[in-house]
Structures are given as structure tokens and as C-alpha cells.
Design a protein around this ligand. Structure first.
Ligand SMILES: Cc1cc2nc3c(=O)[nH]c(=O)nc-3n(C[C@H](O)[C@H](O)[C@H](O)COP(=O)(O)OP(=O)(O)OC[C@H]3O[C@@H](n4cnc5c(N)ncnc54)[C@H](O)[C@@H]3O)c2cc1C
Length: 480
């Protein structure tokens, strides 16, 4: 019997887990993937939104602004990459200017600090690469960028060190009331009892909500396709460049990532299939065409990969957060579309407070709120590199040449609490395979290290989920 079970180890579930770990209680996270950050949290823009976009009075507005304020401190506590690079919402004509004035007023009402309306020449002074057609912009000094993988991993690691149990490959298929609590059943036969449930299942959160509440909700997967460019594009733009929002979202952006890549996207298309993360020629053409309106001479030859994320869009367009009115002990974090990454630290705190009210538990005296990231050879200065190699010679063995990732870092990624068990898990923790060749060269070596560290055969190594095996056997194994 757990005190709390969280369904889903995305950024929301992990943020809630970390906050719950501060008290004396048993907490488990059930995740159908083999790792944390396997849903929408792995496929988004990585923007810490300033908070001008959400309508005042909504959960989105509240958690966006609170989360944005919490992010810098959190990045220091948990040692993940975050940078306040500022953002610009650009406009091309009078209608856009009126939209920007509306966003400015909305931002002020939401409590966003430092917003200013700029004219086209001031915008181009800051960002020379922007189109000559830009006539105005909303400048947002509190806008930032974050590594969405490491934010999620850091929250999970810290929660795990704080006593939270993570169960992977556990797809919850049934949830029902049992006395005062709940029973959850999983696809591979697991059965878990708990006093409280946190529903952080991303695009599937409506399924779980509707299993226990009569107040039905509906989530539409809203697809967003992206193009990611090589680090050679570092400095193309420094701020995050948005176009004016539409009813389908914040539009196509041009932004640096926190690691110096350039990211273009996302599109916005409502679909029916909650698993459809394919990219399409039409979607990627749209990304290039619309991003090309914002910036001159897009470095299109530097594209290294494309990907798709699914926004969990609720019918009323707002987050659904809190205890279900007709099901005490069931707490939703549903409909968490953008700005969900930004909002996660604030949603985590809010839900933990509500759970503490209903199920009081003493605060732990020994909770460790800080976590140190994995040392990064690529960013280390020569002295630091020498020190790392002296401590662990595996830090001298470069595995991923594009991103300069060593065997020492990969081993550390695997051995950490809630460590990597897949190639994608390594990639998201230490960037091996994230560079120009997209793991073309280093995959075999990474598989060898994973197999060695996990104590399994190389054939058992997967890219991400259980079906994503890379080897089916050895070419000459049938020769007698
Ligand atoms: C295109 C796009 C761009 C975005 N850009 C931004 C941005 O720049 N800034 C920002 O703040 N936000 C952004 N967002 C929103 C942000 O990415 C999400 O709000 C956030 O990642 C949601 O996290 P989550 O943990 O709620 O959901 P998820 O990350 O989807 O996690 C849900 C987890 O539940 C698991 N799960 C599902 N069903 C089951 C089951 N039956 N049993 C067990 N586990 C299950 C899944 O495997 C998954 O790991 C964007 C989203 C998209 C799609």
C-alpha cells in the first residue's frame, strides 16, 4: 500500500514526485516507458515562457508565471542547463501591433515583469538576422530556455534519492476505487494499492480521469513538428523569436536551444491518434516556410533531425489541476500542454500542497534538495578535464565525437539513480548521439557499454521502448 502513486514520469509527474518526497510517505511512479521523459516532455521547444500568452485567471497563467520565476533557482539546486535568453514576439503589420499590445496588457495582468513594445529597427539591432519585414515586437526579458530532458531527469533523480520508487515498463490499464483508496493494474500483471493517485499521464490523462470521475474530460493530441539544426548555427539568433499567436497556439518559432543548436517549429494540428509522432514532408515544409518569414537566410543545410511532439489539449483549453470533485484522493495534472514545461515546478508544488492537506505527513528532516549533474567534458576547461581523467580514466575515452561525450559520462548516466537503460536514455542525459551524425558512429560503442553495465546481451539493447531493438542476431550465427 503506497500513500501516493503517480501515473506518468514526464516532467509533471517527476516534479510532483520531487515535492512529495519532502514528507514522510511512500510514493511510487508508474511509467509505461523504459525511462523518464518518454512522452511530450521529450519533444517540445524547451522554452521557459515569460507568461504573457495565457489568459489572465487561468491555471496556465498562474502556473506559467510561477514556474518561470522558480526555474532559475531550481536550475541551480538541481544543476540542469537553463538560460534566460529573452524572447521577442514579432509583428509584421498594424494588426500584429494590436495583437502585441493585447499581449503586453495580458502579460502585465499576469504579473510578467519588464515587457516592452519595440519598433522594427530596435528589434533588428538586437537580432540582425530577423526579416526586414518585421515592424514591431514584444520584448520579454524573463523568457528563457531549458534542457527539457535534464530538467525531467534532475527532478526524477532527486525524487528517487528522496525515497520515491520508480517502476518502468508498467503501463497502467485499470484504475478503480477500493475502499478509501485505489487499485491500479498494469499490462504486465502488476497490482498496486494506494491511498492517493496523481494523474500525470500526458495525452492519456483523460482516460484515467474518466475511469474514476463522472465529470468527463477530453484531451485532443495536438501535433507539433520540428526541425533541429547543427550547433554550427550557434548565434544565428540569441533570443527566442515567436510570431503572433493564433487560436492553435504560439506559432512557429525560431530559437536557440540551451546547447547552441537552432530549433524551428512547431506546427499545430489536431489529430485523433495519441501515438502519432511521425513527421511529414508537408509539416516540415510549413515549418521552413513560416520560420523563413521571421528570419533571413535560414541555414537549412544544417538540419540534423526532425521530430514531433503531442500537446495534451483539453477541450476548455486550460490545465486541469487538483483533486477531482467527485473522487477524493484522485489528483489531476491533465491537459498539460504548453506552457507545461515551464509550469511543472509550480504544478508540482501546488499538487503536493493539496495532497499534504488531505493526507498530512511530517516533513523529512533529511531531505536533500540539491543534486549535482554529470560532469561534461565538452564544457570543461583543461584543468577540469585533467582532474576528471585523473579521477576516472574512462573520461579520456571519447565515444561520441560530434558532442565530445566520453565513456565516463555514459557510464555515469547509466549508474545514476533512475539511470539510463536505453540509447535514448543516454542521449538525453549526456548528449551522446545528439550531434551532427545522430549516433551514426557511436551507436555500436554505446550498445557495448550499455550491455556491459546492465549485464545483458547486446541484442537486448533498445533505442527507446521495448519494441525498439537494434540487433536481431549475428549475421554468421546460423553457419554451423
Ligand atoms: C510541440 C510542443 C511544444 C511545446 N513547447 C513547450 C515549451 O516551449 N515550453 C513549455 O513550457 N511547454 C511546452 N510544451 C508543453 C510541454 O512539453 C508539456 O506540457 C509537458 O512536457 C507535459 O509533461 P507531462 O509530464 O504532463 O506529460 P508527458 O511528458 O507526456 O508525460 C506523461 C507520461 O505518462 C506516461 N503514460 C501515459 N500513459 C500511461 C499509462 N497507461 N501507464 C503508465 N504511464 C503512462 C507516458 O509514457 C509519459 O511518460 C510543448 C508541447 C508540445 C507538444
Amino acid at each position: 500500500m503506497y500513500d501516493v502513486i503517480i501515473i506518468g514520469a514526464g516532467v509533471t509527474g517527476c516534479a510532483v514526485a520531487r515535492e512529495l518526497a519532502r514528507r514522510e510517505r511512500s510514493v511510487a511512479v508508474l511509467e509505461r516507458g523504459l525511462d523518464v521523459c518518454e512522452g511530450t516532455s521529450k519533444a517540445n521547444s524547451g522554452i521557459v515562457h515569460a507568461g504573457h500568452d495565457a489568459h489572465p485567471g487561468t491555471w496556465k497563467a498562474r502556473f506559467n508565471v510561477e514556474g518561470s520565476l522558480l526555474m532559475e533557482e531550481l536550475s541551480k539546486e538541481l544543476d540542469f542547463p537553463y538560460r534566460r535568453n529573452t524572447s521577442l514576439v514579432i509583428g509584421f503589420d498594424e494588426e500584429d501591433r494590436r495583437t502585441l499590445e493585447g499581449l503586453l496588457a495580458q502579460g502585465l495582468e499576469n504579473g510578467v515583469k519588464g515587457l516592452e513594445l519595440w519598433d522594427g529597427s530596435r528589434v533588428r539591432e538586437k537580432e540582425p538576422q530577423l526579416s526586414d519585414a518585421v515592424t514591431c515586437a514584444l520584448y520579454c526579458p524573463t523568457g528563457g530556455i531549458v534542457d527539457p530532458f535534464l530538467l525531467t531527469v534532475a527532478l526524477a533523480e532527486n525524487a528517487c534519492v528522496g525515497g520515491v520508487s520508480f517502476f518502468f515498463g508498467e503501463e497502467v490499464t485499470e484504475l478503480c476505487r477500493a475502499g478509501e483508496g485505489f487499485v491500479l493494474k498494469t499490462a504486465r500483471g502488476g497490482s498496486y494499492e494506494t491511498r492517493a493517485v496523481v494523474n500525470a499521464a500526458g495525452v492519456y490523462a483523460d482516460v484515467f480521469h474518466n475511469m474514476v470521475s463522472e465529470d468527463k474530460v477530453h484531451i485532443t493530441p495536438r501535433k507539433g513538428e520540428y526541425l533541429l539544426m547543427d550547433k554550427k548555427t550557434t548565434g544565428f539568433v540569441n533570443a527566442t523569436i515567436f510570431q503572433c499567436p493564433t487560436k492553435m497556439g504560439k506559432g512557429i518559432l525560431v530559437t536557440p536551444t540551451v546547447h547552441g543548436n537552432l530549433l524551428l517549429g512547431p506546427t499545430s494540428e489536431d489529430i485523433a491518434d495519441k501515438e502519432n509522432t511521425e513527421t511529414t514532408a508537408a509539416g516540415l515544409e510549413e515549418v521552413l516556410a513560416k520560420a523563413g518569414l521571421s528570419a533571413k537566410e535560414l541555414p537549412v543545410r544544417q538540419v540534423i533531425t526532425s521530430f514531433t511532439g503531442l500537446r495534451a489539449h483539453s477541450d476548455n483549453g486550460d490545465f486541469i489541476v487538483g483533486e477531482a470533485a467527485d473522487c477524493p484522493g484522485f489528483f489531476d495534472a491533465a491537459g498539460i500542454e504548453s506552457p507545461g514545461l515551464t509550469s511543472a515546478p509550480a504544478i508540482g508544488r501546488y499538487l503536493a500542497e493539496r495532497i499534504n492537506e488531505r493526507f498530512p505527513a511530517p516533513e523529512k528532516t533529511d531531505f536533500i534538495a540539491v543534486r549535482k549533474g554529470i560532469p561534461c567534458m565538452a564544457d570543461a576547461d583543461p584543468e577540469e578535464r585533467k582532474r576528471l581523467v585523473a579521477e576516472n580514466p574512462l573520461y579520456a575515452n571519447v565515444v561520441c565525437r560530434c558532442e565530445l561525450v566520453t565513456e565516463g559520462e555514459i557510464v555515469e548516466a547509466i549508474r545514476r539513480p533512475v539511470g539510463a537503460k536505453t540509447l535514448d536514455g543516454i542521449k538525453r542525459r549526456v548528449r551522446a548521439g545528439m550531434g551532427r551524425c545522430q549516433a551514426g558512429f557511436c551507436t555500436p560503442k554505446q550498445m557495448e557499454i550499455l550491455a556491459r553495465e546492465l549485464g545483458v546481451e547486446e541484442e537486448a539493447i533498445v533505442k527507446s521502448g521495448p519494441g525498439a531493438r537494434l540487433l536481431t542476431g549475428y549475421t554468421k550465427s546460423n553457419i554451423s
